[in-house]
Write a protein that binds this ligand. Sequence first.
Ligand SMILES: [Zn+2]
Length: 77
Amino acid sequence: MEHIDTAIIHRFDTRSSRPCEFCRELDPQFPKRRPLDQMVATSRRPVASAHLTEDGYVRHRMLELRQRTSREPVSAA
Ligand SMILES: [Zn+2]
């Protein structure tokens, strides 16, 4: 996937990454993820593209979209 910076993956170690706060807060399945799928690069904000893996990226995006949808006012006709 081109939006994943492969350099980040190659630099991966426990000192340069941390669990994504956003996903940890919003994803009930977060503890069940593979450890690498929980991690974002420490040098970056907890955004989808900071995730080290494609799976982490996708799950983060799903949470963002779900959050956005639930926030939208339901226009009951
Ligand atoms: Zn995340």
